[in-house]
Design a protein around this ligand. Sequence first.
Ligand code: CP
Length: 313
Amino acid sequence: MIGNKKDLLGIKDLAAEDIELILKNAATMKYVLQQNSKKTPHLQGKSVVTLFYENSTRTRLSFELAAKYMSASAANISVGTSSVKKGESLLDTARTVDAMGADIIIIRHSMAGAPHFVAKNVRASIINAGDGMNEHPTQSLLDLFTIQEKKGKIEGLKVAIIGDIAHSRVARSNIYALQKMGARVAVGGPSTLLPPDIERLGCEVYCSTPEALMDADVIINLRMQFERQSEGFVPSNREYSRFFGLDEKRLIYAKPDVLVMHPGPVNRGIEITSEVADSDFSAIDEQVTNGVAVRMALLYMLARKGGSNEASN
Ligand code: CP
């Protein structure tokens, strides 16, 4: 359980104490991952299924590795070769997995609210691995873990989230999570890629990258989500890169020890240059590493139905 919930559907529903416990358990799991043998018995006898209706490399693989490292049975439904192709609905597919005894089902879907709908109708715990443009809670939690690890704290930091805010579930989850943990959040990007109601989430909003980056401790640079852009939101990739991309010249607006993050996959040369993505400022590889530890912590917590929720190694 996380708090008193059987599912992890979004950061919006979590209390700061829930987030703190997830980060604490993730630190324990990271310690486990650094040992010679990564195998733990934490999820022995449990089964974990990934059900992804959208493409993924990091999220799906890290959940599968996390489950296997903790001795769970892990399986994946490949939507392209499943009965979804014969017209089976999301709910019937999830109910089928539930009926086979899955303890945790991890769902990615293009429709906002899809994991929430499934969660109400199955016994298994559901983890939202990204629902449309709504939330990507596990990405946000691994981002928080990385910030805490690199900066020693989250409270009081200025975090600039820049790029395609409008189509980003990562932005939404991070705006909720960072503010719950006491950070100041600024978002920046072209006005066409800033949702009209974004101020209502309590963040500072800028239509220029330098203003958003000013004195930032952390930059979360977002991918241009071309697959969700039904019309031309920017004149061209070249102009987007020139006016809004993150390059070495723009880093000078941030603090000298700024941490640069990106959820991946990266469009090199569009939202970020390779010089910055591969620089000493960048924590992109650490984010990927930490994704496994954070997802181990989440599987552990959701698989437990009672007793202490704090992991020991
Ligand atoms: N950050 C992220 O969700 O990456 P994938 O799409 O590769 O899972």
